[in-house]
Design a binder for this molecule. Structure first.
Ligand SMILES: C[S@@+](CC[C@H](N)C(=O)[O-])C[C@H]1O[C@@H](n2cnc3c(N)ncnc32)[C@H](O)[C@@H]1O
Length: 201
């Protein structure tokens, strides 16, 4: 995983520059399955109006992890334990998932999305930064094979796998028809895509 995610196409800089974070204005982002918060920390460095709550499992959100948040970000990046399969309790502007859904079969991915509904306000966004199985003719041969490898690995290890753009659209539709997918895009030189949906009750 370290070798895989260490490649330039998976660099965190694509997550920082590939989404218009500054358009959120003064807002709260919940970084779900956010590990020890490195994505939130990277985004917060260039977006001083944003605050982040990073949610992950108990063995990840340790006292050491909390202490490692740099002093200048401590007031804006908070780490907490939360099982993302359980109902969300934080009302936010954006619920962000980086490299999380590809580890979940549709059954659990639907549970994660539906667990947000009790706290969603009109216009809240779900922003996913994850793999998409591209059309073979649209990316390089290496990139196509790499995503297919991730897909097979996911199927073998987790019974999950990568999703095509249609699969992502269907996932949101199945979760609840009040989720509207606004767009799917791949930032230049990134292997990971963005899938953005909005809660429109
Ligand atoms: C592949 S890692 C991605 C981590 C990080 N978002 C990134 O971009 O590298 C998946 C993360 O989801 C977390 N996770 C898995 N199941 C979870 C659950 N039920 N509740 C909370 N976090 C969970 C894992 O602990 C892990 O940190």
């Amino acid at each position: 995983m370290k070798a895989h995610s260490g490649r330039a196409t998976f660099d965190i800089s694509h997550t920082v520059t590939g989404y218009p974070w500054s358009d959120i204005g003064e807002g709260l982002v919940v970084d779900m399955g956010g590990s020890i918060g490195f994505a939130s920390m990277a985004i917060s460095e260039t977006n001083p109006n944003l605050k982040f709550v990073v949610q992950d499992q108990e063995h990840i959100i340790t006292e050491e992890a909390k202490a490692a948040v740099p002093a200048h970000l401590k007031s804006r990046v908070r780490l907490e334990v939360h099982n993302i399969l359980n109902p969300q309790h934080v009302q936010a502007d954006v619920y962000f998932f980086r490299w999380v859904f590809h580890g979940f079969t549709d059954r659990y991915a639907l549970q994660v999305l539906r667990a947000l509904i009790p706290v969603l306000k009109r216009g809240a966004k779900v922003v996913i930064n994850d793999g998409v199985i591209p059309d073979p003719s649209t990316v390089s041969w290496m990139e196509y094979r790499s995503m297919r490898c991730m897909d097979m690995l996911g199927q073998a290890v987790n019974n999950s796998g990568e999703r095509s753009v249609d699969d992502w659209n269907n996932l949101f539709r199945k979760a609840d028809d009040r989720f509207k997918v606004l767009g799917t895009w791949k930032p230049p030189k990134s292997a990971m895509w963005f899938i953005e949906a909005e809660w429109q009750p």
